[in-house]
Design a protein around this ligand. Structure first.
Ligand SMILES: [Zn+2]
Length: 423
């Protein structure tokens, strides 16, 4: 049913203004509230008790649920429970999210009211809704769902609880628990929905990987080099990689030191691009080209965007600041990626500072000489690069933390590779 049809039907049922109903529906949908749930909310708001009264649907196995399935009744084990708040009409609403499993499969759920679910519980959810989330079915436990805790434990072929290594986290995960070391952290003030808000952000690490994080409710225990157990975090995609989100509902406890993996994940460019982004990856390839926008560049002092002719897209006429950057196309035979070097890395490749680059440009009366001299050094060479790879509609970019010439001797590299793959 389209939003217009739903608004029409609801408005006529409730004797309300169609445009007003449509706007409310739209707001709810923008918070991913499923249509049926949104209609129920609006009915209640207009004081309509609603029809309800539908018979409880028959028991369904999780493996049989698809995005076309109507309401179902399932008996399942609660694997994880995460708590999160969303906002509707200016009010905070707390929702619960996680996964349920039976012998046949597992499925994510969202509970719009507090059923006091705990990981490990075996429950029967009567009249649960099914909605589609990124192509897959998800269960909705709403006010019209009945949840009964069963005394007998359902054995399921899935791990109960949200404990994971960082390498196993995926965008969309909820109710996860990780034990990590805070590798980097900084405080930031952002323009949140309630005006200026303090947050913490940085990088977490464990033995398997490193990932960025945001702490929306700054916890004192999240400090540089501290090891912490984070319970009830969720994972979102941020700049193409999974990012750990710590909230007011997360528990943060100091723990004994956690070892952090020193090495990045070694991948081919194709593998990293197919993964949709990798936070800390190592690639080895040849530089095909140094792209336009490399060498001496100028940035807007307000927003940091690269500007040309003193014109920022947002801030108009500005007095730009000089900077150095390299955008190098790297090819390893499987695919290409644009490796982006910041000022420090560019100075290392250029073999001089920003001030020296400005001198060279002034002497030559041409700013392009800096990019040309960098290109003369790196094009054709083989480089080992490490950093965060993200993918968008324009292609793959790697923000380089390290950019160094690969071993010249192919035999040495083969030996090194063998040493890595042999146990
Ligand atoms: Zn600007």
């Amino acid at each position: 049913m389209s939003l217009d049809d739903a608004a029409e039907e609801l408005a006529s049922d409730l004797g309300a203004d169609r445009a007003e109903v449509r706007e409310k529906l739209e707001t709810l949908q923008s918070y991913s509230v499923p249509l049926e749930e949104a209609k129920g909310s609006i009915r209640r708001e207009f004081g309509d008790a609603g029809g309800g009264g539908a018979a409880t649907p028959s028991e369904t196995e999780i493996a049989q649920i698809d995005t076309e399935t109507g309401n179902v009744t399932v008996t399942a084990r609660v694997l994880t429970v995460g708590k999160r708040s969303i906002r509707y009409d200016g009010d905070e609403q707390v929702i619960y999210e996680g996964e349920l499993a039976d012998e046949t499969g597992a499925i994510p759920y969202t509970a719009w009211t507090d059923f006091s679910l705990s990981p490990g519980d075996t429950i029967t959810a009567g009249n649960a809704g099914v909605r589609e989330w990124e192509g897959d079915p998800e269960l909705n436990l709403s006010e019209s769902t009945t949840v009964t805790v069963q005394e007998e434990t359902l054995e399921v072929p899935h791990e109960v609880g949200g404990e994971r290594d960082l390498i196993d986290l995926q965008p969309g995960d909820r109710g996860r628990t990780v034990e990590v070391c805070v590798v980097e952290v900084e405080r930031k003030t952002i323009d949140g929905r309630d005006g200026e808000t303090e947050i913490k952000s940085g990088v977490l690490g464990d033995e398997t990987a490193r990932l960025p994080f945001t702490d929306w409710d700054p916890h004192d225990a999240i400090a540089a080099d501290a090891s912490v157990r984070l319970e009830d975090v969720h994972v979102r995609e941020f700049r193409g990689v999974p990012s750990v989100n710590v909230t007011e509902f997360s528990t943060v406890e100091p723990i004994a030191d956690v070892e952090v993996s020193e090495s990045a994940t070694r991948m081919s460019v194709r593998e990293a691009v197919d993964a949709g982004g990798v936070f800390d990856v190592e690639l080895v390839g040849n530089v095909l080209e140094v792209r336009d926008g490399s060498g001496l560049i100028q940035r807007c002092p307000e927003c940091g965007r690269v500007v040309q002719n003193d014109q920022c897209r947002t801030h108009g006429d500005v007095d730009p600041e000089d900077d150095l950057r390299v955008k190098a196309i790297l090819d390893d035979g499987t695919d290409t990626v644009t490796a982006i070097l910041d000022r420090e890395a560019t100075e290392a490749v250029y073999g001089g500072t920003l001030a020296e680059a400005l001198d060279q440009a002034r002497d030559a009366m041409d700013r392009d000489v800096v990019a040309e001299s960098i290109a003369a050094d790196v094009v054709g060479g083989e480089y080992r690069v490490r950093g965060a790879l993200s993918v968008d509609e324009y292609g793959a970019n790697l923000d380089c933390e390290a950019f160094e010439a690969a071993a010249d001797d192919p035999e040495a590299r083969a030996r090194e590779f063998l040493a890595e793959v042999e146990p």
